[in-house]
Design a protein around this ligand. Structure first.
Ligand code: ADP
Ligand code: MG
Length: 680
């Protein structure tokens, strides 16, 4: 069996299961091996049944004595019962409304049964037990059962069985150099993968996790170092001059730049003057005015005779930057174009040609800019906005389109300096720690779902006063169709209950940009009073008359994201509000909502969120798989990250033959964008 074999090659995996596994991003054997449990059940094995009643979960080896006829209760439930013997006494397994479960058993065969023992109408029973065919070895007192992330149609038992099948048939080759595994006493890759799926004790499990976290963070560090090496190899960059027109551009702005903006622009211009390429990260809270900083940086490069690129994560945002750039540069003879996924084929071809010929000075777009056939005459600067949404690899793909160019990365997610060192390699960091004057605090409240009518009644009041309202609902998984239906359902609900006579629009990520534009300009002109939307409005909307934002299922958002969303109101002279409608099912959620209510400081909020939730989720590594960090949390595991980073550096510098072999192999795999590095 090869780890790159399709998952369909496994016994028991038909077309239906294949489809569901694909939804879990399991396509081949390797994906399956990397489908790590999200948690474990620790179960004590049961000596004698009679001692163990009502003591929590147990695991019992037993034999089937008989399978009873199903019984139907008065209220229509079907109860199926199987009688087991554990060698000393009898007990029953019971299932409600799952008559097919009993078909799994054969009389006189052995099974391992797991569940909570209880007295049930005079019988000792386990309701809805977990079952495995055959006898489990009971040497240890504890049994640790993995709990996998599941989607409907997939059971924990199925994943366990499939992984078992694979591990019987495969040896995973070691891929770390021996000097590293020895130094950190890391177990072999093969052992780690086996143990993480089937640990016999907690100590062993922790060792396996440590090894795999090291693996992830080591690979991640190598990627970062590759980028760094790329920059170092091309040390000599372009020494730009400070152009005279820069002052005129600044003078023409409709506002005065803040001190923080001026400081960051200065830092950027100093970089631009230097011979070596700029490599700078700009952090600044939502609304701190990062766009103008990026445009000024691009302007100076353009006036030096080079092209500039600004890449944004969404079309709406790209479009907004485009409009702002056109306005700003209209009197300065700068040719600006927009390139997105939805740009018509004809326009795309024209734009690509113009880019090659050097007829375009500034190109703004989405990841469509990364495509291989987008070529430039001479890029001088690449700006990526909201960097954490792009992978390291995507970023490097863009920088590879030019020579020795400057890079500027903009983010509203504050990253602690210690961490950014490891996450972004050698990026220099600038911080815009000041908002433009006149911004007001947005009054924030959170309410439980059953009180949400209050929020919408308040919305109607605001609209009567002439104001406008955003309603946001979360993305449903990563599925555009489901998203649309969730927005549409909300629309129907709100339209019939609160907004009968009020013009309402829906905004959705799947819409063509032209439709989005129309909806946005209707809202801007005050024709529509409410926009119901998924998170697409997070970035890129500026309507000063909008004073209320209602966020549905607020518990599903990261705090940094809630804060960004909230930043869409409070942009005009009227008092603004944000109401978070949340399903407050535990203290953590209440705590997070409380933070949103009490603070308007994006950096503070993100820091708190970091503490509560861990970095993985905030930076979106887990969702987007940046660097393949599945197990590691860059905050919690900073110790491992440091060690991995150190050793990755040594490996890069090492000239020993075996290290070179390993290094080349790793680089090859990284280039293929594989999530895990395996040498077979
Ligand atoms: P972000 O940092 O979130 O990307 P933007 O660049 O979108 O922020 O700026 C938010 C708004 O603030 C824009 O409408 C922009 O024109 C405005 N703005 C930027 N800088 C200033 C300033 N110094 N004074 C007043 N308004 C500003
Ligand atoms: Mg921005």
């Amino acid at each position: 069996m090869d780890i790159y074999n399709d998952i369909a090659c496994l016994k028991g995996v038909g077309p239906k299961t294949t489809d569901i596994l694909k939804k879990c991003c399991v396509f081949n054997i390797l994906d399956l091996l990397l489908y790590f449990p999200r948690d474990y059940d620790v179960i004590s094995s049961c000596g004698s049944l009679s001692d163990e009643k009502n003591v929590g979960k147990v695991i019992i080896n037993c034999r089937v004595i008989k399978i009873d006829k199903d019984v139907r209760t008065k209220n229509g439930k079907v109860i199926s019962t199987v009688v087991f013997d554990d060698g000393s006494s009898l007990f029953k397994g019971k299932w409600f409304n799952q008559p097919y479960m009993k078909n799994y058993f054969k009389v006189n065969c052995d099974y391992t049964i797991m569940g909570k023992l209880q007295e049930f109408r005079g019988d000792t029973s386990i309701i809805n037990p977990t079952i495995v065919k055959g006898k489990a070895s009971m040497e240890s007192k504890e049994k640790i059962i993995p709990k996998y992330p599941l989607k409907s149609g997939i059971t924990n038992g199925l994943i366990m069985k499939l992984i078992d099948q694979v591990l019987k048939d495969i040896v995973i080759e070691e891929n770390l150099p021996e000097w590293i595994t020895n130094k950190y006493k890391l177990c072999s890759l093969d052992k780690a993968v086996r143990v993480i799926h089937n640990p016999s004790n907690l100590e062993e499990l922790n060792q396996a996790k440590r090894r795999l976290k090291f693996q992830e963070l080591f690979t991640y560090s190598l990627k970062i170092l590759m980028l760094k090496a790329y920059f170092n190899n091309n040390k000599k960059g372009i020494a730009f001059k400070i152009n005279n027109e820069l002052k005129e551009l600044k003078d023409r702005l409709p506002y005065a730049l803040t001190n923080a903006q001026n400081r960051v622009i200065r830092e950027i211009l100093i970089d631009q003057k230097k011979e070596n390429p700029m490599n700078r990260l700009v952090q600044g809270d939502v609304g701190s005015g990062k766009t103008i900083v990026a445009l000024i940086a691009a302007f100076n490069v353009i006036k030096n005779g080079y092209q500039a690129v600004i890449m944004a994560p969404t079309e709406i945002l790209a479009n907004q930057h485009y409009l702002e750039a056109e306005r700003l540069f209209s009197d300065f003879n700068v040719k600006v174009k927009l390139l997105c996924g939805s740009t018509t084929q004809k326009n795309k071809e024209q734009i690509k040609e113009d880019l090659r010929e050097g007829n375009i000075d500034l190109i703004i777009g989405t990841h469509a800019l990364i495509e291989d056939n987008v070529e430039f005459k001479n890029i001088g600067i690449v700006v990526t906005d909201e960097q954490h949404r792009f992978g390291v690899m995507q970023r490097s793909k863009l920088t590879n389109k030019g020579k020795n160019l400057d890079t500027l990365v903009m983010t509203a997610t504050p990253i602690p300096r210690t961490l950014s060192l490891y996450l972004y390699g050698d990026l220099d960091v600038s911080i815009i720690d000041e908002l433009p004057p006149g911004r007001q605090k947005i009054e924030t409240h959170y309410i439980k779902e059953d009180l949400k009518y209050k929020a919408y009644n308040f919305a109607v009041e605001e609209i009567k006063k002439g104001r406008q309202v955003y309603v946001v609902c979360p993305l449903v998984e990563e599925n555009e169709e489901l998203d649309l239906s969730s927005v549409e359902n909300l629309y129907n609900e709100l339209k019939s209950e609160y907004f009968m006579d009020i013009p309402v629009d829906i905004l959705h990520g799947k819409m063509p940009p032209k439709a989005k534009d129309e909806i946005m300009s209707r809202f801007k002109d005050g024709e529509t009073k409410v926009i119901i939307s998924t998170t697409v409005i997070e970035v890129g909307i500026n309507v000063p008359n909008a004073t209320l934002m209602i966020i549905e299922n607020a518990e599903r958002f990261g705090l940094a994201q809630l804060h960004q969303l909230r930043g869409r109101v409070g942009r005009g002279k009227h008092k603004s509000y944000c109401i978070l409608v949340a399903n407050i099912k535990n203290d953590i959620i209440r705590k997070r909502m409380e933070i949103m209510k009490s603070s308007n400081d994006g950096f503070f909020i993100a820091e708190q969120d970091l503490k509560i939730r861990g970095a993985g989720e905030i930076f979106g590594f887990r969702q987007h798989g940046e660097g393949g960090l599945i197990l590691s949390d860059v905050v919690e595991d900073i110790g491992i990250l440091k060690a991995a980073n150190l050793e990755a550096k040594k490996l890069i510098e090492s000239n020993s033959e075996i290290d070179i072999k390993i290094k080349n192999e790793i680089f090859r795999k990284i280039e293929q964008n594989s999530k895990f590095i395996c040498f077979n």
